[in-house]
Design a protein around this ligand. Structure first.
Ligand code: FAD
Length: 501
């Protein structure tokens, strides 16, 4: 191991931190009968239900929709008399530092479905392709080796006195970073430090993957994400994906685990308001000792707006929740075409958006069901994402624009026929925009025994997206375990601070 690797590994606590000390003398399971209502079946709700049912709590999970999973939901669409397929919100990357989510995948026996992606590739129109498969894995060395991928040059360093300001990326510290950068957008930061074009482009794809255009995203959130995804661990940018639809690979196994542990999963059951009577939550005449909301921002605000005891009894908290913001719109177009390409590419490729196209996924290479369809029809299944549609972009033009940009990047698809298609344009994601951090709620709320979980919840650890959803559920579950005098669940994290913080 080189001196640098040694130094970095030591500074970064071997890339993994155990956040809490689990007291193994305490019992694992609860002996009294305690009931927990979990609302919402996204990653946060499912994680809560898995953790609590495993420890002997009576869990009832209420889901509004007719499919499980929220943003990792999977539902059937009939495209013709002969062809019905599972569709989803879109491709999901399971990074290797998603330590808490991965523990859940192990518990529910889903880990076996993870397969690695071959490269982290960004295709651009003006700068060629950027491949990150072979960059160094050790933090710092990885940044230095990006020069070889053409992300920046010696000239950029020597001719730009402000280049040194990029050291900020290595100094992530929750309190300080958010105090200093939450009001600054990535665009302002990039202008201020005169960021080289290729580097700006790389950060822009990163920013958009958090559902925000560069003029909206908080630079503090971007520094946190760069720390979490790239500068706090030695996994490189290579991640894993599930090798089949989410119903098969996560949702059925999670439901089975919860039910095998005595829990109930109730679909088509929108939860309307929180009612509390004598320290118990009441849902349709049934009393619950604890309640965990795993609802997204929109769903949570709707529930709070109907919950008079919070509105009038905890007014500041009520206002804090009602001020949470959703992201810009995002769009996903899945195409079934009579031509197969992409066998030499990773399953998922970032594209520098000409206007809206952020990525293309080659489903026929990744998912078993899609591979079967592709084989049978001599075709390919492609998914196009726009994570942040420009605010004034006409929704009627999304499909046409998607196709135009796909043909610009993959002209060989121009001649292919589209056999089936499925488009979604939504506005239900968490905003990671400037000035929102201080107002984010934590898992433990102002109301006794009520918890909030999800990717929009403020955590002590630097987790993001699916890992934030899962981790927030760990924090909620652990608070309940502590109250009930049983063992906490181990929470893992990448190091909480950057290497030069
Ligand atoms: C296109 C796309 C691509 C993505 N790619 C990635 C990726 O590559 N990697 C990654 O880590 N993350 C990715 N994400 C983000 C990831 O999907 C989310 O961060 C995560 O799934 C959020 O989970 P959650 O449980 O916090 O919320 P959600 O999934 O939003 O779950 C909320 C649940 O609450 C339910 N609900 C709401 N109101 C009520 C109510 N009143 N009663 C009952 N139920 C209710 C909803 O129906 C839903 O099931 C992506 C997201 C999208 C949309």
């Amino acid at each position: 191991m080189s001196l640098l690797e040694n130094f970095v590994k030591k500074r970064l606590s071997n890339y993994q931190v155990e956040v809490n000390k689990v007291d193994e003398n305490l019992p694992k399971k609860i002996s009294a009968e305690k009931k927990v209502a979990v609302i919402g079946s996204g990653i946060a709700g499912l994680t809560s239900a898995v953790l609590l049912s495993e420890r002997g709590f009576k869990v009832k999970l209420f889901e509004r929709d007719n499919f499980l999973g929220g943003k990792v939901g999977s539902w059937k669409v009939e495209f013709s008399d002969e062809y019905t397929a599972n569709v989803e919100h879109g491709f999901h990357a399971f990074f290797r530092q998603y330590y808490n989510l991965r523990e859940i995948l192990k518990k529910i026996d889903s880990y076996k479905y993870l397969i690695p992606i071959s490269d982290y590739l960004i295709k651009t129109k003006d700068h060629g392709d950027f491949s990150f498969a072979n960059i160094e894995k050790t933090p710092i060395a990885n940044i230095l080796s990006m020069r070889k991928s053409g992300i920046y040059s010696f000239k950029d360093i020597l001719s730009n006195p402000k280049f040194a300001k990029l050291i900020t990326l290595l100094t992530y510290d929750k309190e300080k970073t958010f105090a200093k950068f939450d009001h600054v957008s990535f665009q302002q930061f990039a202008d201020e430090v005169n960021l080289p074009p290729a580097m700006r482009l790389m950060f822009t794809t990163f920013s958009r993957a958090f559902f925000a255009e560069p003029q909206h995203i908080s630079m503090a959130e971007l520094i946190k994400s760069f720390h979490f995804y790239f500068l706090s661990n030695d996994h490189g940018l290579i991640y894993d994906v599930l090798n089949d639809d989410f119903q098969t690979t996560i949702l059925n196994p999670a439901k089975k685990f919860i039910e095998d542990n005595g829990g109930e999963v109730i679909m088509n059951s929108p939860f309307l308001s929180i009612q509390k009577f004598e320290n118990k939550f009441v849902i349709e005449n049934e009393n619950f000792d604890y309640m965990i909301l795993g609802t997204d921002i929109h769903g949570t605000k709707k529930i709070f707006s109907n919950s008079d005891f919070i509105k009038y009894g905890h007014t500041d908290y009520y206002n804090q929740i009602m001020n949470q913001k959703k992201s810009q719109r995002y769009a996903v177009l899945r195409l079934w075409m009579d031509k197969r390409i992409g066998d030499d590419l990773p399953f998922f490729v970032f594209t520098d958006a000409l206007k809206i196209l952020d990525s293309i996924t080659f489903y026929h290479n990744m998912e078993k069901e899609s591979a079967i369809w592709a084989e049978k029809n001599n075709g390919g299944i492609y998914e196009l994402h726009s994570y942040a549609l420009p605010d004034n972009f006409d929704e009627e033009k999304v499909r046409e624009q998607f196709l135009e940009e796909m043909y610009a990047y993959f002209p060989e698809l121009k001649s292919a026929k589209i056999l089936h298609e499925y488009i979604q344009i939504k506005k239900d994601f968490t905003a990671f925009h400037t000035n929102l951090y201080k107002n984010r709620p934590t898992p433990i709320t102002d109301i006794d025994n009520l918890y909030l979980t999800g990717d929009w919840i403020k955590l002590p650890i630097p987790a993001m997206l699916m890992e934030a959803s899962a981790s927030s559920a760990y924090y909620a579950a652990n608070d309940i375990f502590k109250k009930e005098g049983i063992q906490e669940e181990k929470i893992l994290s990448v190091p909480e601070k950057g290497i030069f913080a």
